[in-house]
Design a protein around this ligand. Structure first.
Ligand code: APR
Length: 258
């Protein structure tokens, strides 16, 4: 399908901003993983149309860990067909390697930025990789075997919780600190695939804007950021937009190594 020609000037302007920025921070949400088959939370086909959002509240989890875990395993642990990064994750990882991208903050817990090779990364809401015991604090990998019986239990008898951030929980300290520092450094924030409705994550691009930075947003639908803080909105899917920007930024004939 041909891209709407009206978008080309905005793509060129976005590429120019990226090319001249001193410190670029990427801020990603569920939309960047949509093309990897990870469902988004909100919007059409969003998880919260199908599942009960309360199952990710800490209070509910403690009261009904078996019920909450059944939902969590169904949504986040696709053992039979693990999720793979898509071109959007790969372009950001390549930009990090080439020095164009300073830092990535993701709200996603799917681990796909790390899998694509991003290292200067904060997983703001944690990741699905480990489970942690609510009684003794012991950790264990969230393997298929560990999640065969729900709720999974620690050898101490306590219930394991996924080591990602539930509603009502604080942000992991290091991720928070690194993300705020990146937002303070950044003179450009590239937002990819987030509704901008969940705080404190959604305050990070606003921090960049507040100290005079520019905002580019990639999202096929309008978000809380679009009319409010975005200087350029690219209404495209994540991988199409990032491939196009990568093509504009690369000198003719050079590969991005992804
Ligand atoms: N490319 C880019 N964006 C897309 C794509 C795509 N292919 N498909 C959908 N989107 C956009 C949607 O238009 C929507 O704006 O991705 C966004 C997904 O929004 P949410 O589901 O609200 O995801 P996010 O903003 O990451 O949610 C924040 O909410 O439940 C919590 O902790 C959870 O981290 C999550 C937080």
């Amino acid at each position: 399908m041909m891209r709407n020609a009206k978008i080309e000037p905005d793509l060129a302007a976005a590429a120019a901003l990226l090319g001249s920025a001193r410190s670029v921070m990427a801020f990603t949400g569920a939309g960047i993983s949509a093309e990897s088959g990870v469902p988004t939370f909100r919007g059409s086909g969003g998880i919260w149309d199908q599942y009960d959002e309360r199952h990710l509240e800490l209070g509910f989890f403690k009261a009904e860990p078996g019920l909450a875990w059944a939902t969590i395993r169904a949504i986040f642990y696709a053992f039979a067909r693990p999720f793979e990064p898509n071109d959007a994750h790969r372009v950001l990882a390549a930009w990090e390697r080439s020095g164009l991208l300073d830092f990535t903050v993701t709200q996603n817990i799917d681990g796909l930025h790390r899998k694509a090779g991003s290292e200067r990364l904060a997983e703001f809401h944690g990741a699905t990789t480990d489970i942690v015991c609510l009684r003794c604090g012991g950790r264990s990998p969230a393997s298929e075997a560990a999640l065969a019986e729900l709720p999974p239990r620690c050898p101490c008898g306590g219930v394991y919780k996924p080591d990602f951030v539930f509603f009502g929980e604080g942000i992991p300290e290091r991720a928070y600190r690194d993300s705020v520092a990146a937002a303070e450094r950044a003179d450009l924030c590239l937002i990819v695939g987030s509704t901008g409705t969940v705080y404190p994550a959604a305050s990070l691009p606003r921090r960049v804007k507040a100290h005079g930075g520019s905002i580019i947003e990639i999202n096929p639908e309008a978000s809380e950021f679009s009319a409010d803080i975005a200087d350029i909105v690219l209404p495209l899917g994540a991988s199409e937009a990032l491939r196009a920007l990568d093509g504009l930024l690369r000198p003719a004939g050079a590969g991005n190594g992804s």
